[in-house]
Design a protein around this ligand. Structure first.
Ligand code: AMP
Length: 412
């Protein structure tokens, strides 16, 4: 079934053509008809499945008729990057419609957003915190709102946005169409969906199994050899590579180390200013950087179709995070490789990931890599450190290891 069966207006069909979509993706096939009918929809789909167009196209169709110059559709998204991508999709698909879309998020001055909101955009794509500010100051007026989309609801919940979302919901017109998309369905999201969706149609594409276009491999390796293995793997991989590290600090340090090795690497992590995040993302998209090292939160919704490899330098904390990371490659039916470095400590997580995938992931060894290289000796300790106070356990013993482990977990 093609796009023609949905009878979109010619102005919207022109947008579909301009973006080069020849046939709808499975989530579009399932979701577009009920959204066009004005039904509420609960969509279980991860980013990368084409879910943005699944709601954007029917919303554009709806907005073609009716008043202009007032906000009639609101999309809530967890990160600025995702908000920008959704906004780009509305602009690309709606290029001939004359409908206007605006992004609203924190980390940048509120002035242009306030003028944009006052100027009367029909579509607002927002992160919850800043939208709430604008709502409280009267710049965002939702009284004419007809459609609300809550995108990546599970991630918004993870990021602590649920109270803000509830506050926003209280101020929206009760009579509206609501669409809620989530890659997973934790209890709190199920509860929210139950409260706010009226007689919803549920649509679902494989949400626990990462895209079939991605091939997975594990690289067992000792922690101290990860950097050397990465260097060697990158030399072979080529292409556009997104690397995930556990913490902001690790992401920054790793990108710096790769940069020092002469590689065009950048990092995307929460410590960057909005301008630097934007520059990193744009540089990665335009090919100025072929390597980006990111943390999970910073990478939400990155939609760069040319990513050929995702490398998990550190194993993710949850199977869902694995799915989301892997979803950054193999997008829109292109193929991609997902490599994960695993140490002994990661075995339990690997078992969970394999259970979620329903398959064992291939273990690989990199030819010619010296897996037996020893950890460089630690710098000599001062007399003070070498001899702990009487009665204290030596730092390398059980207590020392245990407290280091706790320290790392707490600072993730
Ligand atoms: P999304 O899941 O919305 O982030 O979309 C993932 C990618 O798929 C984006 O780059 C979209 O532009 C692309 N896409 C969405 N729908 C289609 C389609 N029907 N045909 C080809 N590409 C698509």
């Amino acid at each position: 079934m093609g796009f023609t069966s949905f009878n979109f207006d010619a102005k919207i069909t022109a947008g579909i053509r301009a973006l080069g979509y020849s046939k709808p993706t499975p989530i579009q096939l399932q979701a577009m008809a009920p959204v066009l009918q004005g039904r509420d929809v609960l969509g279980l789909a991860q980013t990368g499945t084409g879910k943005t167009a699944a709601f954007a196209l029917p919303i554009l169709q709806r907005l073609l008729t009716g008043p202009r110059g007032v906000t009639r559709a609101l999309v809530l998204a967890p990160t600025r990057e995702l908000a920008e991508q959704i906004h780009d999709a509305f602009q690309g698909l709606g290029r001939q419609t004359g409908l206007r879309s605006l992004t609203v998020y924190g980390g940048v001055g509120p002035g242009p957003q306030i003028s944009g909101l006052r100027g009367g955009c029909e579509i607002v794509v927002a992160c919850p915190g800043r939208l709430l500010d604008h709502m409280q100051h009267g710049a965002f007026k939702p009284s004419r709102l007809e459609a609300l989309v809550i995108d990546e609801a599970d991630r918004m919940f993870d990021m602590g946005f649920l109270p803000d979302i509830r506050r926003i919901l209280k101020n929206l017109p009760a009579h509206r169409q609501t669409l809620l998309f989530s890659a997973t369905m934790p209890d709190d999201i199920r509860k929210l969906a139950h409260e706010i969706l009226r007689d919803p149609v549920t649509v679902q594409v494989d949400h626990t199994v990462p895209l079939a276009t991605v091939s997975h491999a594990l690289y067992p390796v000792a922690e101290h050899l990860k950097s050397a293995l990465l260097t060697k793997l990158l030399a072979q991989a080529g292409g556009t590579v997104l690397i995930f590290a556990r913490t902001k600090h690790r992401a920054k340090r790793l990108a710096q180390r790769l940069h020092d090795q002469g590689l065009d690497a950048t990092s995307l992590q929460g410590n960057l200013s909005q301008n630097r995040r934007k520059a990193a993302l744009e540089g990665f998209r335009d090919g100025k950087f072929s390597i980006m090292v990111a943390t999970d939160i910073a990478s939400r919704g990155i939609d760069i179709s040319q990513i050929t490899h995702v490398i998990n330098f550190d194993v993710p904390d949850t199977t869902d995070a694995y799915t989301h990371r892997i979803g950054r490659t193999g997008r829109a039916a292109k193929t991609g490789d997902a490599f994960t470095f695993v140490t002994h400590e990661d075995e339990a997580m690997v078992r969970d990931i394999e259970r979620a995938l329903g398959a064992k992931i291939e273990r690989r060894k990199l030819e010619g890599f010296d897996y037996s290289a020893r950890q460089p000796a630690a710098p000599a300790r001062t007399a003070h450190h070498a001899h702990p106070e009487p009665g204290k356990k030596p730092a390398g013993g059980f207590h020392g290891r245990f407290s280091r482990f706790r320290f790392r977990r707490r600072h993730r």
